[in-house]
Write a protein that binds this ligand. Structure first.
Ligand code: C5P
Length: 231
């Protein structure tokens, strides 16, 4: 069984409030998306990295990808939602993989993914019957807010609560089937869970966060710079 990566990058990133989609915002001198693509392409167990762009993406070709190009395939088949982009990407790569092959779906916006994160996920799930996801055990006390002022309505016990991250690793056939049956999910695991299966939670760390708001760029830059200095 082979491993492939699929990176949905067809979103607009409206919460960033920037003119460019967030996957192209500058981070350490490169478009943000280059960092996770380069990380995935550097993992020997991953045969090929597929990136899903919006059909009307006009930005990708403005950048230089030659150093990654022998490990990277561009699919211009993004959809209206993240789940649709992933489902379209799975369909577009179908001729190049078998239903039993693993696909690691990774958000373009998780810029600080490390090869260690990916290798831990693959090593933990290699023999797993379902697959699983990187995730972070919840450390803070959780409150549910309510009303116009968002006043605390409830404290939620944090035991057994995890924040879902990516990559999310499932077999190509199972994931395509799950997303076709359950397109209204916000992550791949949600679709697999809806089939009645229980994906495994593989502990990761907070550096694998999703760049969502403008202030997140500075934090991502600090993490990548400090890794570069200690490499
Ligand atoms: O917007 P959000 O941060 O949740 O998006 C997560 C990932 O899904 C991003 O990499 C984004 O580019 C991608 N996406 C997509 N197609 C969409 C919406 C989001 O590929 N229609």
């Amino acid at each position: 069984m082979a491993c492939f990566a699929l990176v949905p990058a067809a979103g607009g990133g409206t919460r960033m409030g920037a003119a460019l989609p967030k996957q192209y915002l500058p981070l350490c001198g490169h478009p943000l998306i280059r960092h996770p693509l380069a990380t995935l392409a550097a993992v020997p167990a991953i045969e090929r990295v597929f990136v899903v762009l919006s059909p009307d993406d006009g930005e990708w070709d403005r950048h230089e990808w030659r150093d990654l190009s022998d490990r990277l395939s561009v699919l211009r088949c993004g959809g209206a939602t993240r789940a649709a982009s992933v489902a379209n990407g799975l369909a577009a790569m179908a001729g190049r993989v078998t239903p039993e092959d693993w696909v690691l779906v990774h958000d373009a916006a998780r810029a600080c993914l490390s090869t260690g994160h990916v290798e831990t996920l693959i090593a933990t799930l290699a023999g797993d019957p379902v697959g699983g996801i990187l995730a972070l055990p919840v450390a803070d006390t959780l409150k549910r807010g309510a009303g116009a002022e968002e006043r605390v309505a409830e404290t939620i016990p944090r035991e057994h609560l995890w924040q879902a991250q990516t990559p999310q690793m499932f077999r190509h056939g199972l994931l395509a089937e799950a997303l076709a049956a359950h397109p209204d999910v916000t992550d791949e695991a949600g679709a697999v869970e809806a089939l009645g299966l229980s994906p495994r939670l593989v502990p990761a760390d907070a550096t694998n966060f999703k760049v969502t708001f403008p202030r997140d760029l500075a934090l991502a830059e600090l993490i990548l710079e400090s890794r570069r200095k200690t490499a």
